[in-house]
Design a protein around this ligand. Structure first.
Ligand SMILES: Cc1ncc(C[n+]2csc(CCOP(=O)(O)OP(=O)(O)O)c2C)c(N)n1
Ligand code: SF4
Ligand SMILES: [Mg+2]
Length: 327
């Protein structure tokens, strides 16, 4: 059975400001999940608090959803995945939600390698509470209403890399082609897939020199690589010349064909770190890729969802045996 596109659309029309980057991301999500024909009924979308965290109402209306507490999306998503590993988990968060109040939850979910797609809708401000600087606003960048940000900025991709994340990508809400491929790649990835999307806030964070504005993106953005996902039986790939092309096998039997536009191999951690620390440009594309055992595999957790296990509490006899084993 093929799911038609209406299954992937939102339950309500967006109430975000006209032109908000977050709305573009929602469109890419609808497109990617539709094209990949992911069963919307077996997907859970979890978010925190913020304009970004409102967006799950605007896509995948047939999926399960939980709009949780500020900064706690990652913890709730962890619980959902452990309780039912058959659900695909899609988390949406903001730079304030993830980088301020939720930083601890975020980093521990990364280091546990909980299988989920984590989309950071990064606008450099707290949009919902009217544009205060967030931890990702660049140091010394300014906004008329907020004056200058004197605090050091945090790069959440760099932090994710330090915490052992195996899938790190950065994109821009306005780049449909790059966003679609990265989302499709993230959908296939068997662990924690982190996608940091620069998503301008047109109401409070779109002044010319501000680090997350449309004009800043135009000036500073560099694209690291072009990508395509193919199956071997599609034959030799003609668009890319061999010496600049990397072929990475993907879990479901397909391959990522990656054309280097800059000298970067996303399988090399040191290279990814170097790129992230170079602040002359904002590099987008696939930054780091490594497949590693995820939390569910490491702990050999039940294949059944908790809800499907008939005997949820052990019988008195089994409890006695467990207690005896500690005596
Ligand atoms: C415990 C708690 N502290 C503070 C707030 C106020 N608050 C709501 S959203 C938000 C930040 C939102 O910024 P971000 O996560 O970047 O999302 P955006 O609106 O920019 O998409 C804050 C501080 C809250 N709701 N709950
Ligand atoms: S305030 Fe900013 S982040 Fe929030 S909806 Fe408006 S443009 Fe988007
Ligand atoms: Mg924000």
């Amino acid at each position: 059975m093929k799911f038609d596109k209406t299954n992937y659309e939102g339950a309500t029309p967006s109430t975000l400001c006209l032109g908000c980057g977050h709305d573009q991301i929602s469109k890419h999500i609808i497109q990617a999940f539709y094209q990949e024909q992911i069963n919307p009924f077996s997907l859970a979308k979890i978010s925190g608090i913020g304009c970004s965290s409102k967006t799950p109402s605007y896509f995948l209306k047939q999926s399960k959803g939980f709009n949780s507490l500020h900064g706690r999306m990652a913890s709730i998503a962890t619980g959902v995945k452990i309780a039912n590993k058959n659900l695909k988990v899609l988390g949406v968060s903001g730079d304030g939600d993830t980088g301020s109040i939720g930083l601890g939850s975020f980093l521990h979910t990364v280091r546990k390698n909980i299988p989920m797609i984590y989309i950071l809708e990064n606008n450099g401000v707290y949009g919902l509470t009217k544009g205060q600087f967030s931890p990702t606003s660049q140091k010394n960048s300014s906004l008329k209403k907020r004056k200058t940000n004197f605090l050091e900025s945090m790069d959440l991709c760099d932090l994710a890399l330090s915490a052992g994340c195996g899938f790190i990508a950065r994109s821009f809400s306005g780049d449909s082609k790059q966003m679609l491929t990265l989302l499709k790649l993230a959908i296939q990835y068997p662990g924690f897939a982190f996608l940091d999307v620069i998503s301008p806030c047109v109401a409070y964070g779109n002044e010319k020199d501000f680090s997350h504005s449309f004009s800043f993106m135009k000036e500073k953005r560099k694209t690291l690589n072009e990508m395509d996902i193919i199956f071997e039986d599609q034959g030799p790939y003609k668009d890319f010349s061999a010496e600049k092309t990397i072929k990475i096998p993907l879990p479901q039997g397909s391959f990522l064909i990656l054309k280097k536009l800059e000298n970067h191999d996303p399988r090399k951690k040191e290279q990814a770190q170097k790129i992230l620390r170079n602040k002359d440009h904002l590099s987008t594309g696939l930054l780091y890729y490594e497949e590693k055992e995820n939390f569910l595999e490491q702990y050999n957790l039940s294949k059944q969802a908790l809800v499907d296990i008939e005997e949820k509490t052990p019988s008195p006899q089994i409890l006695d045996e467990i207690l005896d084993s500690y005596r």
